[in-house]
Design a protein around this ligand. Structure first.
Ligand code: ASP
Length: 329
């Protein structure tokens, strides 16, 4: 029987109604007790490094989860991480960079409704996560939610209330759960070489979302406060050239400080194509501007935090364009 370590971190799935609203309250053991049927498929041990609404989860927590996985890697066949849905896609992306080449599954799940709610999706999601994790063909970082199995680098929360809260962006879901068993749409070989664990992230990454009329003097702040900047521009990608091309001047200066900038789009699907329009192509003259292409924002942010913890300049650029778990094409 497969041995699975459940890493419980909070979220709606572990929440109870309080005077202030829903808040995480259940212990990992209480949560596990809600799905007694998984005992038929696997033996589960639990740990609970924290119990938070995922609004509060940040890079230090991603490192904690990755460290727990590294410390327990040899003792278990897989890992199920229960997590709030709000930032689950960021955590899944971060774990995809922190634990690379894993032939064992690391499965994240959560729910839209508390496990105590009459119409909860918690029991189904948690059961599916364990059953997927116990499957011989499962490996790598995945989100299992509402019956879909989504790559950790491809997930995005796209609904705040419905049960199908997560979408797989610009890549198909790799499998669906049917009556407790995975039905694979895409299968590839498990990694043959050992996993690679990383133990650091650079949190000085900022996302600048463009709105019409935004002024370039926002860089007065950004220059001094971030090492990596993700600019969520419009459409295929570009920056305005009003106010004497101030954005281009400020982006050039930002890059000349040895910092890294990535252009992406605020459009959810199909990614950026920076060379399409003049407002985009001319940014190439600012310096080595990177382009997120079809990467999700979550993966872009997590990948920058990972890369900038140990690389800069050309090395950072090369790593950024090197695919990890189908994050970029
Ligand atoms: N606010 C909750 C969280 O992300 C939402 C959820 O879990 O669905 O922790």
């Amino acid at each position: 029987m497969k041995r699975i370590l459940m890493i419980a971190t909070g979220g709606t799935i572990a929440s109870k109604e309080t005077a202030e609203g829903l808040a995480p309250a259940l212990s990992s053991q209480e949560l596990l007790a809600c799905v007694p049927e998984v005992a038929k498929a696997c033996s589960v041990q639990t740990v609970q490094p924290f119990n938070l609404d995922s609004t509060n989860v940040r890079a230090g927590h991603w490192l904690d989860i990755a460290r727990i996985i590294e410390e327990n890697y040899d003792g278990f066949d897989g890992f199920v991480v229960t997590h709030g849905t709000d930032t689950m896609a960021y955590t899944a992306a971060a774990l995809s960079y922190l634990v690379q080449n894993s032939a064992k599954p690391i499965v994240l799940t959560g729910s839209q409704k508390s496990v105590y709610s009459r119409d909860t999706d918690a029991r189904k999601n948690l059961t599916d996560a364990f059953l997927f994790c116990a499957d011989d063909r499962a490996f790598g970082v995945r989100i299992v939610f509402d019956g879909s199995v989504i790559l950790g680098t491809r997930a995005k929360k796209t609904r705040t209330r419905s049960y199908n809260a997560f979408s797989s962006i610009d890549y198909p879901a790799v499998a669906v759960m049917r009556e407790g068993a995975p039905f694979y749409y895409i299968e590839w070989e498990k990694p043959a070489s050992p996993p690679v664990f990383y133990r650091a992230l650079n949190e000085n990454v900022f996302v600048l979302k463009m709105i019409p009329g935004l002024r370039a003097d926002i860089f007065d702040y950004l220059d001094g406060h971030c090492d990596g900047l993700v600019i969520e521009s419009f459409g295929a990608g570009g920056l305005p050239n009003y106010e004497n091309d101030a954005f281009r001047a400020r982006l050039s200066r930002f890059l000349s400080l040895g910092k890294t900038a990535v252009l992406t789009t605020q459009v959810e699907r199909e990614g950026s194509a920076l060379d399409t329009y003049a407002v985009g192509r001319k940014l190439r003259s600012c310096g080595p501007v990177l382009e997120a292409r079809c990467m999700t924002l979550e993966a872009t942010v997590a990948k920058l935090m990972w890369i900038l913890s140990f690389a800069k300049g050309k090395d950072a650029e090369k790593l950024f364009y090197t695919p990890v778990e189908r994050d970029i094409f």
